[in-house]
Design a protein around this ligand. Structure first.
Ligand SMILES: Cc1cc2nc3c(=O)[nH]c(=O)nc-3n(C[C@H](O)[C@H](O)[C@H](O)COP(=O)(O)OP(=O)(O)OC[C@H]3O[C@@H](n4cnc5c(N)ncnc54)[C@H](O)[C@@H]3O)c2cc1C
Length: 590
């Protein structure tokens, strides 16, 4: 970064200091890419917002040395292993404090073995109001002077050589002229997309949500195992009778000091709430009429399910909420934002470092937009499926108050038909594993085209309900995780690319020709490469080799973001030419 003619020159400008922008800054610093992050607010988020960090996100954080900090302060798995639907927290009526159903969630309970088998990083939970300061501190530490809050981008134009931006320092009101090679628009879709004419496709204003961030002692009514409790209050009619609440820490479980309670309205019926007005509603919804609470903040927001028509316009790359916004169900907002930044960082590093042409950056949109589309659709599906759960419990929006009340009686009745209703509900509730056990959706996404060389194999069939993950090293997929012993060290297979600055070539023992060819191709391209010969010492029972399709004379090339770039089942006639061609394709050179 340097200043000349009142212009600050920097390779990458990141606009937005939310989860996406801060992650991008950390990753770029780790990869040695100079950049500047500007955030218009003076502080990180004042709202708790997203909290669930899925396994893929924790793998990214693990790769960059952030995971241990988050595990140390995030929700322990024992306190996030269930999701529950119940009537109320308090009250002494016949239907108060009753549980409709509960399921294992987020890799806890019965899911532990599967989630542990498939990833070195357990999922975690840490709300944005706490996570963002942690990310900001790390971003500032790794990129001193590179993170500027209270700085707002107000104008942007681009030409063949770069982007010119005006950023106003909101403390001094002084404008700053910035010239960057690339801009990461991580601004939540607030500024740059509208400026450049990005269109967000999909339905908007699907519902209004009121989210209240409170401090209260709920220890008498909470169960430590539960992360989210959904409420279906017998005294309320309509959607007001439904809500969801989540502990927000900093202590977890029943002793959480802070909570968020969400409830919704259909469009057109909204009543904006403020901090004082929400208290009676929360007390009634929880059925705790004397509950002492401090309301920190109430946010009234709307549900959208939209995807940007473009992820790249010239030298501007859109990531996170700037590219996709959708309901919070399945917790895909922040997670997809972190994973966008991860896909982008190594590509920016190679292009800025002159190791790859700008075409490599085009693969960002090719790879990430289909994932964004799938996640927008998925979040909509799992949000709408809550209506299916209501029906499974016997509720309908058309019910009169009398019929609604009769339904509570019928559901909890100690009769054969009560048991039948509860059994039906259990079967219907199982469909909500699409939200809380979306293991394959979370770690099994793959790129069909992009910075990779597809092979002739077909994609393993995906579980349409997003749960069952099939590990494969087919190009485009995330390298399957296994614990390996490499040079006497126990490593996850995902560790072989280090902190994202190098590729890895995995070969069978009889693949010397691939190793030599890769050494030559990577040396010529001046790219770091880790070569691992996978034999009995590395993978004693051979199950990981089998799962990857790694044969004795075969090879698998892994990208810095742990997605497979190319693989070969055996030797080819001219390994040197083949690998040079593979590298040129991956780097976008032809
Ligand atoms: C009330 C609320 C509750 C939510 N709850 C959940 C949830 O429970 N689960 C979930 O998965 N997701 C939730 N989300 C969504 C989730 O918070 C987002 O997906 C996530 O924050 C996206 O991160 P981001 O960094 O892309 O965008 P953001 O967090 O929106 O960050 C963008 C940043 O860019 C800054 N910015 C904008 N314009 C400029 C400019 N011109 N100059 C400088 N800076 C600028 C903004 O100030 C902002 O800080 C919620 C969102 C809201 C609003």
């Amino acid at each position: 970064m340097h200043t000349s003619n009142h212009t600050l020159d920097v390779p990458v400008l990141i606009v937005g200091g939310g989860g996406c922008g801060l992650t991008a800054s950390i990753l770029l610093s780790d990869l040695g890419v100079d950049h500047l992050l500007v955030e218009r607010h003076s502080s990180t988020s004042v709202l708790p917002k997203a909290h669930y960090l899925n396994q893929r996100t924790m793998e990214v954080f693990r790769q960059h040395g952030l995971a241990e900090r988050i595990y140390a302060v995030g929700t322990p798995m024992s306190m996030m292993r269930k999701v529950r639907w119940r009537t109320t927290l308090g009250g002494d009526g016949p239907f108060d404090g009753r549980t409709f159903h509960e399921i294992d969630a987020f890799g806890g309970g019965e899911l532990v073995a599967t989630y542990e088998r498939d990833s070195p990083g357990p999922s975690s939970n840490y709300p944005q109001i706490r996570l963002e300061p942690l990310l900001r501190e790390e971003a500032e530490r790794r990129g001193p002077g590179r993170v500027r809050f209270n700085h707002e981008l107000t104008a942007l134009s681009q030409d063949e050589q770069g982007v010119t931006a005006t950023v106003v320092d909101r403390t001094s009101n002084q404008p700053l002229r910035i010239r960057a090679q690339y801009v990461v628009a991580a601004d939540g879709g607030k500024t740059i997309g509208p400026m450049l004419g990005v269109r967000m496709h999909g339905p908007t204003d699907l519902g209004r949500i009121v989210s209240s961030h409170i401090s209260a002692d709920l220890s008498a009514w909470w169960d430590d195992a539960c992360l989210i409790t959904w409420l279906i209050n017998p005294d309320y009619e309509g959607v007001f009778g439904s809500g969801a609440m989540v502990p927000m820490g900093p202590t977890w479980g029943r002793h959480s000091e802070e909570w968020v309670v969400h409830f919704g309205f259909p469009p057109g019926q909204e009543t904006p709430f403020d901090e004082a007005g929400v208290v009676p509603h929360l007390r009634a919804l929880l059925k705790l009429p004397a509950l002492e609470m401090k309301v920190h903040k109430v946010s009234n927001w709307q549900l959208d399910a939209v995807l940007a028509d473009r992820y790249q316009i010239g030298r501007v790359l859109f990531a996170g909420d700037a590219a996709h916004r959708h309901p919070p169900t399945t917790g895909l907002g922040l997670n997809t934002a972190v994973q966008d930044a991860h896909n982008l960082a190594w590509k920016l590093a190679l292009v800025i470092g002159g190791r790859a042409g700008p075409a490599l950056l085009e693969s960002y949109a090719t790879e990430r937009r289909p994932v964004g589309m799938r996640n927008v659709d998925w979040a909509m599906f799992t949000a709408m499926n809550h209506g299916v759960l209501d029906a499974g419990m016997g509720f309908s929006p058309l019910q009169t108050p009398e019929l609604r009340r009769a339904n509570f009686e019928a559901f909890f009745a100690d009769t054969p038909m009560g048991a039948t209703r509860r059994a039906r509900a259990a079967e219907v509730f199982a469909t909500q594993r699409t939200e809380f056990q979306a293991h394959d959706l979370e770690i099994g996404y793959a790129y069909d085209t992009g910075a990779l060389v597809p092979d002739s194999s077909s994609r393993p069939p995906r579980d349409p309900l997003g749960g069952r993950y099939v590990p494969t090293a087919r190009p485009g997929h995330r390298l399957p995780h296994a614990w390996l012993t490499v040079a006497g060290q126990r490593l996850s297979s995902l560790d072989l690319v280090g902190d994202g600055a190098r590729f890895a070539l995995l070969t069978g023992p009889d693949a010397e020709a691939w190793r030599a060819a890769a050494n030559a191709a990577f040396a010529a391209a001046k790219l770091p490469l880790q070569i691992v010969t996978v034999d009995e010492a590395v993978d004693p029972d051979g199950s990981w080799r089998k799962c990857c399709g790694l044969h004795a004379a075969g090879a698998v090339l892994v990208r810095p973001d742990n997605h497979v770039a190319w693989r070969s089942a055996g030797l080819s006639a001219d390994p040197a030419a083949e690998l040079a061609g593979v590298l040129a394709t991956v780097l976008g050179e032809h």
